[in-house]
Design a binder for this molecule. Structure first.
Ligand code: 3NM
Length: 201
């Protein structure tokens, strides 16, 4: 499981064809992809599934991990490698019961969320938002790099991916704090040069 350069994206994050953006990002070195078709301007129903199929097939061809964001109904039709959930989504216990062999990522932002989570059923943490972000409108207050350090101290063997406001200038600070990877949306989807952005990340 290589989560080092983890691109998250849905059509709402793109001002060009998401297929082209994903292909460019993979050619430039991203190691994992999460299909997150969610929020204002996102697709639903059949359109969502159709875009998911296209993006999934690119990841399969290029041997890149493909995860879906909290929409459990997509896991089987898209043959996802895993699913990422937040605190308000389906419970991890239920998720593990339904998908014993899939990767499960869980977003955690504070001690209470960790204490209330069945960590033994989780494959990696999403820690964030590390920095302020304008991509997710209901994002919590930034938790800072200290949160990554704390999670790694508590769970040294569980991969931690930083998320939220990470860009080419601050990504190295996230890795220096002990993260196993950086998860980004706008740093790649809004980059004027995707190749340069992914390489600098
Ligand atoms: N989840 P950008 S922050 C999808 O804190 C998402 O859990 C977050 O977008 C969390 O890389 C976020 O453009 C948005 O800041 C990340």
């Amino acid at each position: 499981m290589n989560l080092r350069k983890y691109l998250i994206m849905g059509s709402q994050n793109c001002d060009r064809d998401p297929v082209i953006i994903l292909e460019e990002a993979i050619n430039s070195g991203i190691t994992a992809f999460q299909f997150r078709e969610k929020g204002p301007g996102s697709l639903n129903g059949r359109d969502k599934l159709e875009l998911g199929r296209k993006l999934r097939s690119i990841c399969k061809r290029e041997n890149i991990l493909f995860l879906v964001n909290d929409d459990v109904s997509l896991v089987d039709p898209l043959e996802a490698d895993g699913i990422h959930v937040g605190q308000d989504d389906i419970s991890v216990v239920e998720l593990r019961r339904r998908f014993p062999d899939k990767l499960i990522g869980l977003s955690v932002s504070n001690d209470a969320e960790v204490a209330n989570s069945p960590i033994d059923r989780v494959d990696y943490f999403g820690a964030g938002p590390i920095f302020p972000t304008s991509t997710k409108h209901d994002a919590k207050s930034p938790v800072g790099l200290e949160w990554i350090e704390k999670l790694k101290k508590l769970y040294p063997n569980l991969p931690v991916v930083g998320i939220g406001g990470i860009n080419t200038r601050n990504a190295s600070s996230v890795m220096k704090s002990g993260a196993d990877g950086v998860a980004v949306i706008s740093a790649v989807t809004r980059a004027s040069n995707i190749k340069e952005a992914v390489e600098r990340l």
